[in-house]
Ligand binder design. Structure first.
Ligand SMILES: Cc1cc2nc3c(=O)[nH]c(=O)nc-3n(C[C@H](O)[C@H](O)[C@H](O)COP(=O)(O)OP(=O)(O)OC[C@H]3O[C@@H](n4cnc5c(N)ncnc54)[C@H](O)[C@@H]3O)c2cc1C
Length: 385
């Protein structure tokens, strides 16, 4: 076999590698942007076609209309700590474990990038909290979830929409026992790019970065640490990686044509940030991060009714769609996307940044940071934080 799906459409979900009975497929970083993609060992491939048949990129999604929408957050504020948004995913995992389900989620690995994992204990799900804005390594996940389903277990799978589709495909006729919760998704940068950026920041700061996080109490914010000390703290519009991620440079090629970035959904439940809530219809702000939950199927509705640790306020799906561009369309390529990549391939990340986004992001940081810094100092002096 030469190709599993059309190259530009490959989500890098990893299903093909996991389900190949002959072990003929391996996920490896591609030469273009470093995203994981299947590589077939033709000396082992039996040409059975199973990978092509199950690949989510080879079929049209089956969409559901929204049934009901909620604004949601953890009722107990302590339980929301460490979560990126309203803590809905964490609450779902806890409910699922209570119901003796097996769950799948994404944790930060020892390389500071992301790996997906299947587990069934409260201890293990702690590491799933927090968004990691990078393509997750899904090795072994679909195989394990199928094994759990075959053993008669129910499975909760939370991931990007394409990973959810892959999970559904792996489950096949056992889909009734699988609950898929997709994240509203802006696309995924590659592990390769993230590691390169970490090394770049390390070089700028003259320190070795040994941990990082993508979200803070403020919101989307890149923080890097060296031996426990914070050496980098840049909010969304001040960080070069987050800017590249947000504005159409570094996500997987397939993300630019994502068939799931629309208001109809293919999963049982959709979760994300409830951006723009209250703009048109008043909303009493709980002074916390607020998630959106879109319920897409009766199965999803039944599961949500069992989750008792969330505060739910009914809203309109159209409100979520209005505030979240990835519920309307995939993200668009930046006009200088190709300039970034051509420079990157020939001269590396530093030159690619300087040829494209560096001046813009730096100028914004220099302009906005001093005011934010002074405000937070003043708050501290007045004992308000
Ligand atoms: C790459 C990416 C892009 C996103 N883009 C948007 C967007 O455009 N709009 C929007 O509203 N929301 C987006 N989100 C979702 C948002 O950042 C939160 O993850 C979501 O609201 C859940 O928050 P929570 O507090 O309920 O979950 P938490 O309790 O913080 O749990 C985090 C959940 O995210 C999963 N997760 C973390 N990293 C990854 C990853 N790399 N791949 C797959 N799953 C992962 C975890 O397994 C867990 O289920 C994105 C998330 C990711 C990972």
């Amino acid at each position: 076999m030469k190709e599993i799906c059309e190259y530009q459409r490959c989500f890098g979900c990893g299903l093909c590698a996991d389900i190949c009975a002959f072990g003929a497929i391996e996920m490896r970083p591609d030469a273009e942007k470093g995203h994981l993609r299947p590589v077939i060992d033709s000396s082992v491939c039996s040409d059975c076609g199973r990978c092509q048949k199950l690949c989510p990129a080879n079929r049209e999604p089956v969409y559901h209309e929204n049934i009901i929408t909620y604004a949601a957050w953890r009722t107990n504020p302590n339980q929301q700590r460490g979560s990126s948004s309203g803590g809905v995913a964490a609450a779902f995992y806890e409910t699922a474990i209570d119901l003796e389900m097996v769950v799948a989620g994404t944790q930060q690995n020892s390389r500071m990038t992301a790996s997906m994992k299947v587990c069934d204990s409260l201890e293990e799900i702690k590491s799933f909290r927090g968004s990691k804005y990078v393509q997750a390594d899904t090795r072994g996940v679909y195989r394990k979830l199928t094994e759990a389903l075959k053993a008669g277990k129910k499975v909760l799978f939370i991931g990007t929409p394409c990973q959810c589709e892959a999970a559904g495909s792996a489950a096949g006729r056992m889909q009734d026992a699988l609950l898929t919760v997709d994240l509203i998704c802006h696309g995924v940068p590659s592990e390769h790019m993230l590691l390169d950026y970490i090394a770049w920041v390390g070089a700028v700061k003259g320190k070795k970065v040994d941990s990082l996080s993508f979200r803070s109490e403020w919101g989307v914010e890149m923080r890097m640490f060296s031996s426990g000390k914070k050496i980098w703290e840049r909010r969304m519009h001040w960080d070069y990686f987050l800017h590249l991620f947000n504005y159409g440079y570094i996500v997987n090629e397939a993300c630019f044509g994502c068939p799931y970035a629309c208001q109809k959904r293919a999963s049982d439940i959709t979760i994300g940030d409830f951006w723009g809530i209250g703009k048109a219809v008043p909303f009493e702000d709980p002074k916390r991060k607020v998630s959106v939950i879109g319920v897409n199927t009766e199965k999803g509705k039944k599961f949500l009714s069992k989750c008792k640790t969330l505060t739910l306020v009914e809203r309109e799906w159209s409100e979520a769609v209005e505030g979240n561009s990835q519920l309307r369309a995939p993200q668009e390529k930046a006009p200088d996307h190709d300039l970034f990549w051509n420079t990157y391939r020939q001269e590396g990340l530093d030159k690619a940044l300087r040829a494209t986004v560096y001046d813009k992001v730096s100028a914004r940081y220099k302009k906005e940071y001093p005011m934010v810094f002074l405000k937070s100092k003043a708050k501290k002096l007045l004992g308000k934080s």
